[in-house]
Design a binder for this molecule. Structure first.
Ligand code: WT7
Length: 649
């Protein structure tokens, strides 16, 4: 059992410590303070873990503070697929498993060694080229969690195309908007996916999207479920047929460190999702170095991150991080509770998983189903555990440690974002005495700060806004097509410092406690959804005059969506109308954004300048009484508060 100290902190066992990259607090402190003396030198050293075709940079780091533009390793040349595949094949990992694919059906298993994966990626790179894809072109990817997904992304990086993965949980509208924004030439999809025993159609949805005018010239379709699909002549081609027609070898394109690698959309405070742009060099250095520090991966181990590829976790923590170090990464198509509630543990036992990385929302659901599902399985192969997506409260942390980790495995609560590309704040589990509920300390090379609204620094234990003080290599460079928005969103609040949008406090030991979003972004099951996106969907309904959307606490999902709606004249409240509104959100944004509650009200609380006071609505939805709302007399119409509280559902 991991010893626990008198302060309730959990220490790594000596056995685990021996296998860790950083083995003591002193070692971390030395590393961290050295990195802060000269962050650029630190990152240049991290860049040595990447194979460069040429390290031709003049300045490893440039920063134009006026334009909020920065570069890392510009002039350096590399290829990401080369770093994830070719170099490992050359260095003796040819016959080592790169990807273990476990399908939803337990018999659906495919294992790709580094040698095989390179072979497939080279072939598919040629398929992309054959279909007109050139360096700098965008490729939209709408695929289930299958090996072809990994092959597609790696092939994009090989030919220098910029991939844009769209999350399968979005509606056609949401997907269309993302495709329209990044103007891809090619879209890669499949006939369908499996989810909880059902075949889900994917190609039909793509056909629907492409009925509208888009830039897509070719659709490459993977046969996965065998469902009947409609293929459009001259536009759509089968993956397996194309793979037969191309040469087997494909040299990696020479990319500049600052060339875009991929974009990934994330929700912000406006209705329009932002295509965050990551670049070849800095991103790879960041995910490679954070993977090495956090997971203490040792050769021969099996690493499993349960995330979906539609999110940054899937990109960095299933693919690029582990593959860049030559690890074996398990890729799972399925859900935690199908065919039964022990699916995760069945898979972990089957593949003797060493390192397991999941989200608090999954843990809360699993815990609710009862420990018996877990106890049925031999999980003695597990060595370390990790968590991402939202704060993991101390209670769930301790349960994760005791029941899943057998009291033996340290837990890394990892804080990061789509924008940061790689893990930013997390304990080094071979070194730290762990504090349940805290993400603890920034990685070397990263400087954090917590500030009040007036930009003075918070004192010890005081909550404020979390900033990352300087650009680091894996931080997104811009928003696709909208640098002005990037500047406004991240750099304008406190010039020269990156605004995370999260609240945090730092305790007397320098450990970080994350407090959730401080902006109008809702985190449903760890998925970021902009309140404004849902509001825009509601307002598009003919009955709706105004809408305001706020989060309410939810036992499993962390946060759920509570919406306040006012109706246009001539419309009256009914159950049918509420159903219509819920469907409206599902159709425009997607099922992940389904509101839990719709409260129809006469009015909304507004400031005299007409701004909706979401802060008050949050409290009302959360159950606060009038006296707990503070002074509401400055509102345009203070009387709405009483009726909102009365009508609370
Ligand atoms: C937001 C980023 C990169 C992970 C997947 C989500 C929240 C993430 C933690 C954590 C507390 C966390 C933050 C952040 N978040 N990890 N360990 N503790 N909060 O990526 O969709 O870009 O969301 O997720 O609020 O800002 P994302």
């Amino acid at each position: 059992m991991t010893p626990e100290n008198t302060k309730g902190q959990y220490l790594p066992s000596d056995e685990y410590r021996k296998t860790a990259m950083v083995k003591s607090v002193d070692e971390y402190t030395r590393l961290y303070s050295e990195s802060m003396k000269d962050p650029v030198a630190y990152w240049v050293k991290q860049a040595e873990h990447i194979d460069w075709f040429s390290k031709g940079w003049k300045e490893p780091f440039t920063w134009n503070k006026k334009k909020d533009e920065f570069t890392w390793f510009k002039g350096g040349k590399l290829n990401v697929s080369y770093n994830c595949l070719d170099r490992h094949v050359k260095n003796g990992l040819k016959n080592t498993a790169a990807i273990i694919f476990q399908g939803e059906d337990d018999k659906d298993v495919r294992v790709y060694t580094y040698g095989q994966l390179l072979h497939e990626v080279e072939r598919f790179s040629n398929v992309l080229k054959k279909n007109g894809v050139k360096k700098g072109d965008r490729v939209a990817v709408y695929l289930p969690m299958i090996p072809e997904l990994a092959i597609t992304l790696l092939a994009c990086t090989r030919v220098g195309a910029i991939h844009s993965v769209v999350f399968a949980g979005f509606s056609s509208d949401a997907i269309f908007n993302r495709v329209a924004d990044c103007t891809p030439k090619v879209l890669v999809t499949s006939d369908g996916s499996y989810r909880a025993g059902k075949k889900i159609d994917m190609k039909g949805k793509v056909n629907e999207i492409l009925e509208r005018d888009t830039s897509v010239e070719h659709v490459l379709v993977v046969k996965h479920t065998g469902a009947d699909v409609v293929m459009e002549k001259d536009r759509d081609v089968w993956w397996h047929e194309e793979m037969e027609k191309v040469p087997l070898k494909c040299e990696p394109e020479v990319m500049d460190a600052e060339d875009p690698l991929f974009m990934l959309y994330t929700s912000g405070t406006t209705g329009k999702p932002k295509g965050m742009v990551h670049v070849n060099g800095g991103y790879l250095v960041g995910v490679n170095s954070s993977f090495r520090y956090i997971f203490n991966y040792n050769p021969g181990q099996v690493y499993w991150c349960t995330a979906d590829i539609g999110w940054i976790t899937g990109h960095s923590s299933i693919l690029y991080g582990p593959l860049s170090v030559g690890a074996t990464t398990l890729m799972f198509e399925g859900v935690p509770n199908y065919p039964e509630n022990d699916r995760f543990w069945q898979v972990a036992e089957k593949w003797k998983v060493d390192i397991f990385y999941t989200a608090p929302t999954a843990l809360r659901m699993i815990r609710k189903n009862g420990d018996d599902w877990i106890k049925k399985h031999d999980l003695s192969s597990l060595k370390m555990l990790a968590s991402v997506g939202e704060p993991i409260d101390a209670d769930v942390w301790k349960w994760y440690h005791r029941v899943i980790g057998g009291g033996r495995c340290p837990i890394a609560d990892t804080w990061w974002q789509t924008e940061t590309g790689s893990i930013i704040i997390a304990p080094l589990t071979g070194a730290f005495d762990l504090k349940p509920g805290s993400a603890m300390k920034p990685l070397p090379g990263i400087k954090t700060g917590v500030f009040r609204e007036d930009k003075t620094e918070c004192g010890v234990g005081e909550s404020g806004n979390l900033f990352l003080m300087e650009p680091f290599p894996s931080l997104a460079r811009t928003i696709w097509n909208d640098h002005a928005k990037y500047v406004e969103q991240y750099w304008a609040t406190f010039p020269g410092h990156y605004l995370t949008g999260d609240g945090a406090r730092i305790d007397a030991d320098g450990d970080h406690w994350l407090l959730g979003r401080v902006d109008d972004v809702i985190s449903v099951a760890g998925h970021r959804i902009g309140a404004a996106e849902i509001e825009a969907a509601l307002i598009a309904h003919p009955a709706v005059a105004e809408a305001a959307v706020v989060p309410v606490p939810d036992e499993i999902k962390g946060e759920a969506i509570y919406t306040f709606v006012t109706l246009k004249d001539g419309f009256t409240e009914s159950e049918d109308l509420k159903k219509q509104l819920i469907n409206q959100v599902r159709n425009v944004v997607g099922p992940i954004a389904t509101p839990k509650t719709i409260q129809i009200s006469q009015g909304l609380p507004k400031t005299r300048s007409g701004k909706i006071m979401r802060r008050l609505l949050r409290k009302i939805a959360g159950g606060s009484s009038q006296s707990e709302l503070g002074d509401t007399t400055t509102l345009l119409d203070p009387s709405v508060i009483e009726s909102l509280i009365k009508g609370r559902l």
